[in-house]
Design a binder for this molecule. Structure first.
Ligand code: MF3
Ligand code: CO
Ligand code: CO
Length: 353
């Protein structure tokens, strides 16, 4: 994090405008686990921020909040989960596919002896020069954070997420590694991650990688119109409990569109409060991080890297999911996408990838 960040001009301006957008959103969105600020606090924050109060952020949340009436005596956060238009969905499908194809491209390089810094350079070049995309992570700077210095997040073994690539981090046999990529195409974000087992797998590593995949798919398969976000949390937690692993609570999925991290925050464990209802046209990520040991995590001094507190192994997969009229669709698919586990009946890989 001490090295200076030199960015090409086009990327720099995209990064700047995204950062601004993010700052605006931060005033009104939940973002993290802290979802329960009252409406009046939110409104006064927005007024004192000088932001236009006619913004769509101020729309009433009751429609998507299990239809409780405004006088129910409950403090609602301002939740405005956008319903994507057919044009948005087409754009997100393209961005999602490009992100998945970037992982396909990287796959043959993910071998013992390669550094995560080298993988990140390959990812940058392919994203910018081959795919004509903007790497969304590079320079990404949520309020209170330092700018993220790379194209990818590469998280090895006990690193839960946001591992910063480095020439000093060399992959070795038995490592389990998450590569998480986010690309912007025509203004739309594509965000996906996969696990890789390096060289000869260890029993424990392979097991956790497979269970993380099952946890993600249990969550995805809980998505249907009329259900609610807690269904994802319940499904992921039940799958993890049945297999003796834990679900990280401090990080979750998120709405996604023209914004990188849109509302809502998606928990992969159940919460004791009403959660928004799924409605056709919502797009969000399902990306549970699961640990072989306990769920607690800590952040390293670099301000980004998240590790398990107990140093146990951690694994994660990520897809973008669209709520459809009848169930869901997965937007982050490419030739290299693995088919879902056998318990998933409601979705299969498209044949003509
Ligand atoms: N791709 C991550 C996600 O799934 C976010 C990474 S933000 C970064 O939400 F700045 F660390 F890259
Ligand atoms: Co994500
Ligand atoms: Co991601």
């Amino acid at each position: 994090m001490s090295c200076a960040l030199v960015l090409p001009k086009n990327i720099l301006s995209a990064v700047k405008s995204r950062t601004l957008t993010l700052r605006r959103q931060a005033l009104v969105s939940c973002g993290s686990a802290d979802q329960h600020k009252s409406l009046s606090v939110r409104l006064s924050q927005i007024k004192s921020s000088g932001l236009p109060t006619h913004s769509h952020f101020l729309r009433s949340p009751y429609g998507s909040f299990n239809r409780l009436p405004p006088d129910a005596g409950v403090c609602f956060p301002i939740m405005s989960i956008s319903i994507k238009t057919p044009e948005d969905i087409a754009g997100l499908r393209i961005a999602g596919r490009l992100a998945a194809e970037l992982l396909d491209y990287l796959t043959p390089f993910v071998k013992p002896g390669v550094s995560t810094g080298e993988l990140d350079r390959l990812a940058y070049d392919y994203t910018v020069n081959v795919q004509g995309c903007i790497p969304a992570c590079l320079g990404y700077c949520p309020p209170g954070m330092t700018p993220y210095p790379a194209t990818t997040c590469i998280s090895i073994n006990h690193v839960v997420c946001h591992g910063i690539p480095s020439d000093k981090k060399i992959l070795k046999a038995g490592d389990i590694v998450n590569i998480d990529v986010t690309s912007i195409k025509n203004g739309y974000h594509g965000d996906t991650s996969r696990m890789f087992v390096i060289g000869k797998p260890t029993i424990a590593g392979k097991r956790l990688v497979d269970l993380a995949f099952g946890t993600m798919w249990a969550g995805i398969d809980a998505v249907r119109p009329g259900g609610c976000f807690n269904d994802i949390g319940r499904a992921c937690q039940a799958y993890a409990d049945a297999n003796g692993i834990s679900v990280v609570r401090d990080y979750g999925g998120h709405g996604i569109g023209k914004g990188f991290h849109e509302e809502p925050h998606v928990n992969h464990f159940p919460v004791n409060r009403p959660t928004p209802k799924f409605e056709p046209g919502m797009v969000f990520t399902v990306e549970p991080m699961v640990n072989a040991g306990r769920y607690g995590v800590t952040m390293l001094n670099d301000g980004w890297t998240v590790v398990t507190k107990d140093h146990s192994l951690s694994a994660q997969w990520e897809h973008m999911v669209l709520v459809t009229e009848t169930g869901y669709d997965v937007l982050t698919v490419s030739k290299g996408t693995l088919p879902p586990p056998a318990f998933v009946k409601g979705w299969h890989l498209p044949e003509n990838l």
